[in-house]
Design a protein around this ligand. Sequence first.
Ligand SMILES: Cc1cc2nc3c(=O)[nH]c(=O)nc-3n(C[C@H](O)[C@H](O)[C@H](O)COP(=O)(O)O)c2cc1C
Length: 305
Amino acid sequence: MPTVKGVEFRNALGHFATGVTVVTTLDGRGEPVGITANSFNSVSVDPPMVLWSIARESGKRSVFESSDNFVVNVLSDGQVDISRRFARSGKSRFTNIDWQPGLAGLPLLPDCAARFECRKVYQYDGGDHIIIVGEVEQFDETGREALVFHRGRYAIVDVHPDADGNAPGSYEDDFLMALLMRATYEFVAPFKVSMAELDLSEAEVRVLTFLYGHGDCDLPRIVYGTMLERGDVEVAIDSLLAQGLSVQGAAQDSVVITDAGRSKVIPVLAIAKAHEERVLASYTTDQVFRLKRDLRQLADRSRKA
Ligand SMILES: Cc1cc2nc3c(=O)[nH]c(=O)nc-3n(C[C@H](O)[C@H](O)[C@H](O)COP(=O)(O)O)c2cc1C
């Protein structure tokens, strides 16, 4: 067994993934005080008890030592900024935070995954930390996903493929082709309804949007870019030329969007963007990033397979 050295010990402990909390209380003058802590853990169900520990060297230690109550605010996955803010030294931790007073007036932070309002029942020496144990007098939970801390980095919860209840139930639940078609159908259906007001066929919208982003394009390029049948693209191009929304391009058999075409595309893009934002509203930034990255990779690998 190696001797316990600070950095290695911390690194090894970091393999134990935790949530992230901000523990709050009021100081002697009634001012809110809070500190980011991942040392939180459950202790007892009956009576309901929890614990956390505060560093002896923390500037907040004396406040928590002398306070009879504390609140454990379990942060949700959209609250990395709150975690960082309450881990930094400085006085402005509660600025612009719309906290509400809970039992005994203690600060309850908004948008958390869960909150535990506690009465302190024990306080123990824990080496360079003080262990604080509280009895939970009131709690709530919001259903938001929790923020995770693992190996010194913030992380988000993702259900393990082997988790109970995560096994695919049917062909549609597991067959990638069916999943992609279902997702595309459900995602696009409401957008098509909004498009109906624009006096353009679906193929015209797709060709025009493609031309908007790509300038002068020939037929094969438009077929590839719009993922439409060649015949449908030809019909759409004829119609766009007749409406003055596109004109013949410089190269052989190429077309280019006109100013009138651009004016037609701008509301389409706005509707598409608003639709995307609505659908992805419950995703975190990290989830959106991963979803798009994975879809790009899938398209790329499918093309090369
Ligand atoms: C994810 C994370 C977890 C932390 N957990 C604890 C903890 O459990 N106990 C603690 O005393 N400090 C913990 N800290 C550090 C404190 O938040 C930080 O040292 C403190 O807010 C600094 O201000 P202070 O000196 O005024 O206390 C943690 C920091 C982060 C980023």
